[in-house]
Design a protein around this ligand. Sequence first.
Ligand SMILES: [Zn+2]
Length: 153
Amino acid sequence: MFYEPFVSRFPDIGYAEMRAVRINGRRDLPDGNYGFLELFCTDRTCDCRRVITHALEEGTAGEVWATINYGWETKAFYESWYRSKQDVVELVGASLEPLGKQSRYAQTLLQLFEHMLGERGYAKRLQRHYEIFKVAQNGNQPAQGSGKRPTRK
Ligand SMILES: [Zn+2]
């Protein structure tokens, strides 16, 4: 499966709405401005309803501090999708991506991400970005037009 950053197709809305957090004075994470870059799968036929985020830090460009999976659907949804009960546990909720780049701070960043999911509608925002990405991909229109809202089911 291939993943593409949301910001590479929708830079305006992507950067404006990318979750960022300033860390200062924590023992378990170096000070800095962290951002959670969203990536979605580019398979037109796939409706996996998940996001991969790369935790980045402003002062260390290009370095991935953590790779986090987040699936917002139920376990039953992923079981029917993948036709197998194996691996499904990893798809539900947030977890570190086994094949992704991680740093020694990955677990802390995962906890931070999980905490953010509970506030200010971040989970809904990720789902909305997924819909925008998928609608643009499947709708034959050019993958431009940032800010276009998805059609609601
Ligand atoms: Zn997919």
